[in-house]
Design a protein around this ligand. Structure first.
Ligand SMILES: Cc1[nH+]cc(COP(=O)(O)O)c(/C=N/[C@@H](CC(=O)O)C(=O)O)c1O
Length: 398
């Protein structure tokens, strides 16, 4: 019956979790693979603000009825205010259609399905490289997916002129998938000046910008990290924004994300919201109640919101500290090389330039796990393992 079905090769990122868990070497093993924040003690944190919210949810116990297809109103309000700014015109004018989704992944899927249904000739273009699941999700929704020039290993920067020239060749309603901050996997972002240029091209060519922000707060700060999103609104663009609370609320398994679509008019936003709800209904019907409740409580209580922002910045700063320490440790071991990219790159990841063979040696000889493309999740480093990791990288680079 299923003999024609192709075996699944496994996911290059999530597959590492299983390999790491099954690695029974007892001395030291370091997980720099999946984009998850670990504390200095190497543990997944439960944020204080989340503990408070969960205590409220637990007492008195709440029934777990179906949520609306688009999620709790407070959850949607939180997404909009984080992405577009509190009390902004676009929100007051009712031009943002927002739904709660099953993580950022669910937001990308609902958005991709919506685009394929209502813009059937649209193709999707992702940065080269990008988060691998971007390609799978949009192809799975039926869109053809291409790549636009992005990362330049020679400069450890962006192939900006090539990127702009490529955008000039695209057709009306083609989708360009953009990382507003903390680019995955490179950690290399566009400057504010470059965003101005790119979004002017997007506007003139009538492209559909789809901005995927999964690390808000890990770059500079909550508002600065949303600069590109707010600039798109300022330029009068229709923009799709997928957001994730997996990392900045450390709620990976609760599947908390959002999809927002900024429309030209309230009437169009309302129509889009209806179709987004219909798309949710026919994929997973409604979002999970616990994650929705946690986000609603944390984001709409002033004190808890402030506490949350502070906890995110503590995570951000610890990652920055680890970037500096690893860079110094490697520079000391291999002074002839330039490891400046560790502190130039931002967010959770560093694109090391290590080859797949070198990554394999790190895993096999040193039990240091990274994604095959050389991406390192810096949040897996701590003061107990950073020297060990530097030794291992220095060895495979010799
Ligand atoms: C850019 C980006 N967008 C969306 C997601 C999905 O997040 P979620 O809200 O959990 O559905 C991730 C997850 N990235 C990490 C984990 C993964 O691959 O799923 C990663 O890159 O390791 C991203 O890195």
């Amino acid at each position: 019956m299923f003999t024609h079905v192709t075996p699944y090769a496994g996911d290059p990122i999530l597959g590492l979790m299983d390999k790491f868990a099954n690695d029974d070497r007892t001395d030291i093993k370091v997980n720099l693979g999946v984009g998850v924040y670990y504390t200095e003690d190497g543990k997944l944190p439960v944020l204080e603000c989340v503990k408070t919210a969960e205590a409220k949810i637990a007492n008195p116990p709440r029934p777990r009825g179906y949520l609306p297809m688009d999620g709790l109103a407070g959850y949607k309000k939180a997404c909009q205010e984080l992405l577009f700014g509190k009390d902004t015109a676009v929100i007051k004018e009712g031009r943002v259609a927002t739904i709660a989704t099953l993580g950022g992944s669910g937001a990308l899927k609902v958005g991709a399905d919506f685009i394929h249904e209502w813009f059937p000739t649209a193709k999707c273009y992702v940065s080269d490289p990008t988060w691998g699941n971007h390609i799978s999700i949009f192809e799975g929704a039926g869109l053809q997916v291409g790549k636009y020039p992005y990362y330049d290993p020679a400069t450890i920067g962006v192939k900006f002129d090539e990127m702009c020239a490529f955008f000039e060749t695209l057709n009306e309603n083609d989708v360009v998938l953009l990382h507003p901050c903390c680019h995955n996997p490179t950690g290399v972002d566009l400057s504010r000046e470059q965003w101005e240029v790119v979004l002017d091209i997007v506007k003139r060519k009538k492209l559909i910008p789809f901005m995927d922000i999964a690390y808000q707060g890990f770059g500079d700060d909550m508002d600065a990290d949303a600069f590109a999103i707010r600039l798109a609104v300022e330029k009068g663009l229709t923009v799709f924004v997928s957001n994730s609370f997996s990392k900045n609320l450390s709620l990976y398994g609760e599947r908390v994300g959002g999809l927002s679509v900024v429309a030209p008019t309230k009437a169009e936003a309302d129509t889009v919201l209806g179709q987004l709800k219909f798309t949710v209904r026919r994929i997973y019907s409604s979002p999970p109640s616990h994650g929705n409740a946690v986000v609603d409580i944390v984001m709409n209580d002033e004190a808890l919101f402030e506490q949350w922002v502070d906890e995110v910045y503590q995570m951000r700063d610890r990652i920055r500290d680890m970037r500096a320490k690893l860079q110094a440790a490697l520079q000391q071991r291999l002074p002839e090389r330039d490891f400046g990219y560790f502190t130039k790159q931002r967010g959770m990841f560093s694109f090391t330039g290590l080859t797949a063979a070198q990554v394999a040696r790190l895993r096999e000889e040193f039990a240091v796990y990274m994604v095959d493309n050389g991406r390192m999740c810096v949040a897996g480093l701590n003061n107990a393992n950073v020297e060990y990791v530097a030794n291992a990288i220095a060895e495979v680079l010799k």
